[in-house]
Design a protein around this ligand. Structure first.
Ligand code: DX5
Ligand code: ZN
Length: 217
């Protein structure tokens, strides 16, 4: 079954714990946590103390999407703060294999993300390593953008690469997901669908239910 991963980038940070509890009660599968450094992407979000703090009150699976340069420097910190999966950008790592190994060495699942313009073939040398491949459907940095339709052919290509290599990664799509396109993404074989602004539209429980209904049809 397709998983839904609400992104807290769209949360009301004054009510963050309360909103996460609603998502958890509604059965959201992963909690997607967008960390931005103002260098790899032109925006700054939040970091390690926020992850540590929300970890205290929820058992949700933390899918931490690091949009930071040379994330290998901070893997230990995010692992100790409570991440379950740490996803790094291919474009941000001078040593992607070493970075994925560092994540695994802390007993966490590892993911690799690619921006819409990064050729999927670049994943080939290490395609069997990650637990998750995040195919971005917007340029990373901001919520509320429009989905880039090239994501459909890119997901198909990644699926083929996984099938041919025996790789077991889940395929995740992130950016511009709406009630109008979520069913198409699920039908295209996406395993995990991130949703920021669409999931956090109040009332959150209703928004999440509607998104879920679209893919369970
Ligand atoms: C963008 C982030 C996304 C963002 C998605 O850089 O990685 O996770 O929160 O937001 P929406 O769903 O509003 O496009
Ligand atoms: Zn994200």
């Amino acid at each position: 079954m397709t998983k839904i991963a609400p992104s807290i980038l769209s949360a009301d940070f004054n009510r963050l714990g309360e909103q996460i509890a609603i998502l958890e009660n509604e059965g959201a599968d992963y909690l997607h946590i967008d960390v931005m450094d103002g260098a790899f992407v032109p925006n700054i979000s939040f970091g390690i103390p926020v992850v540590r703090s929300i970890r205290k009150n929820t058992g949700m699976f933390f899918d931490v999407h690091l949009m930071i340069n040379e994330p290998v420097r901070y893997i230990r910190d995010f692992a100790e703060a409570g991440a379950d999966l740490i996803c790094v950008h291919y474009e941000a790592c001078s040593n992607i294999i070493g970075t994925l190994e560092e994540i695994k060495s802390h007993g966490k699942k590892c993911g690799v993300a690619i921006k819409p313009g990064t050729p999927v073939e670049l994943l080939t040398p290490f395609i069997t390593m990650p637990d998750l491949i995040l195919v971005m459907s917007v340029e990373p940095g901001f919520g509320g953008q429009k989905l880039n339709h090239n994501v459909f052919e890119r997901v198909k290509a990644v699926r083929q690469m996984l099938d041919e290599s025996g790789g077991k990664a889940e395929i995740e799509v992130d950016g511009g997901v709406t009630e109008d396109n979520i069913a198409e993404l699920a039908a295209a074989g996406v395993d995990v669908i991130v949703t920021g602004s669409a999931a956090f539209k109040e009332p959150i429980s209703e928004s999440l239910k509607r998104l879920r209904e679209k893919i369970d049809k």
